[in-house]
Design a protein. Structure first.
Length: 152
């Protein structure tokens, strides 16, 4: 059986859905490939390359779950941080407002609009209501720090 897990296509023999073990394998494999590419292109040691890769990775782990196309944030955070985590999980793609509302179904539409406006004013996100929103580079950094904070 073959199913799509995020942007990665994972195949199993038989009737097995992709799971967190698959995701962990793909994540670690991608980190190894990036470390090798970095090591080869910069002539640094594998340990140094691995340390650099670790510094830029902030996997969302179990705080984001996708069910039937809706990503749920399993963390007790403010609406602002919830939006940052959601956009991080989609990065670099844009997320349309309807998808943000489905994820944040417990929050009012006006609260969501207000947080989006605040994040845009602070240049942490770009976009609009019709094309959707995505993180800027500084926004990505803030999202990573918030996600790392959840792990502590």
């Amino acid at each position: 059986m073959s199913r799509k897990l995020g942007a990665i296509h994972i195949a199993h023999k038989g009737d097995v859905d992709p799971n967190t073990y698959d995701l962990a394998f793909v994540h670690q494999g991608a980190a190894w490939i990036m470390a090798e590419m970095l090591r080869c292109s910069t002539k640094i040691s594998m340990e140094e390359a691995g340390a650099l890769i670790e510094m830029v990775q902030a996997p969302v782990g179990t705080c984001v779950e996708e069910i039937d196309g809706v990503r749920l944030i399993h963390a007790d955070v403010s609406a602002r941080v919830e939006i940052l985590i959601l956009l991080h999980s989609h990065f670099p793609d844009r997320v349309v407002v309807d998808d943000i509302r489905r994820t944040m179904s417990g929050k009012s539409a006006s609260s969501i609009r207000g947080r989006l406006s605040d994040l845009k004013r602070d240049k942490l996100i770009v976009g609009d209501g019709s094309s959707g929103y995505r993180l800027t580079s500084p926004g990505y950094g803030v999202a990573v720090k918030e996600i790392e904070h959840l792990d502590n």
